[in-house]
Design a binder for this molecule. Structure first.
Ligand SMILES: NC(=O)c1ccc[n+]([C@@H]2O[C@H](COP(=O)([O-])OP(=O)(O)OC[C@H]3O[C@@H](n4cnc5c(N)ncnc54)[C@H](OP(=O)(O)O)[C@@H]3O)[C@@H](O)[C@H]2O)c1
Length: 246
């Protein structure tokens, strides 16, 4: 049976790949991102609307319109997120910290708190969080990005406890290096620097991560995939990469 899937940050990278993967299963999609014009829809019934997860009014409008379009939400893919800059704590100005925390942590909570009550009322639902290996291992210049992703681990744990017995599944999909616009955003549009991140190594594709999300979301209702950590074969930790060519 077709399900209603919400994907945040569906205009690029992992979110766009998740949308394509669920579309192939025939699910009904509600897709949001700030660059709404960049959100590809696979079917005329797919719903897309501008969504800024850092703006509570935008989140409320998006969730209300998504439910009006496709009914109760079965799966929420909390994907919208970013890393900004690589400043150390001593050299940062603080603006990028706020942007990362407001998007990755508070934005995710805002979307989730609007959608979760409907899932609890239906006694079924699945909250998927796109975490990161940055949650498992911090690196210099990534204090707040890593911290924001580690916060998501605690949020997932608390969510499982708070919804225990209510039919809600909570999965964290934690990728290593994925070639998307992630580095372009992190380096504020510096394409040359972004390309160097993926040079001579074979990163994951957004599709690789989307397959993990779909795997978790297509298990039987009594099975909760807690965490999927997925890395390129050529990566052993955030900063240990084999650069032997692609
Ligand atoms: N690429 C990696 O190596 C990697 C590794 C581990 C985890 N991740 C995580 O994977 C997720 C997706 O990143 P990606 O790699 O696919 O990067 P991406 O290509 O830059 O995509 C990020 C998406 O998030 C959306 N977004 C950012 N801020 C938003 C906001 N305030 N409101 C709504 N949407 C927002 C962007 O859309 P708009 O700009 O149009 O709003 C875009 O669709 C992130 O949570 C990231 O932390 C990435």
């Amino acid at each position: 049976m077709s399900r209603h899937i919400v994907v945040t940050g569906a205009s690029s990278g992992i979110g766009a790949a998740c949308a394509r993967a669920f579309a192939r299963l025939g699910d009904r999609l509600s897709l949001g991102a700030r660059r709404v014009e960049r959100i590809e829809t696979a079917s005329p019934t797919d719903f897309r609307q501008a969504l800024d997860v850092t703006d509570p009014a935008s989140v409320a409008r998006f969730v209300e319109a998504a439910i009006a379009a496709h009914g109760p939400i079965d799966v929420l893919v909390n994907n919208a997120g970013l890393a900004r800059g690589t400043e150390t704590i001593a050299t940062a100005t603080g603006a990028a910290w706020r942007e990362m925390v407001e998007t990755n942590v508070l934005g995710l909570l805002e979307v989730t708190r609007h959608i979760l009550p409907g899932m609890v009322a239906a006694r079924r639902g699945h909250v998927v969080v796109i975490g990161s290996i940055a949650a498992h291992k911090a690196y210099a210049g990534g204090s707040v990005y890593c911290g924001s992703k580690r916060a998501l681990q605690s949020i997932c744990e608390a969510l499982r406890l708070e919804t225990l017995g209510q039919g809600i599944r909570v999965t964290s999909v934690d990728p290593g290096m994925v070639e998307t616009e992630f580095s372009l955003v992190r380096f504020r549009g510096d394409a040359e620097r972004a390309a160097k991140v993926y040079q001579d190594t074979r990163p994951l594709t957004a599709e690789d991560v989307a397959e993990c999300v779909v795997f978790a979301a297509t298990r039987p209702a009594h099975v909760n995939i807690d965490t999927i950590v997925v890395m390129p074969t050529d990566q052993a930790s955030p900063h240990h990469l084999h650069r032997g060519g692609r």
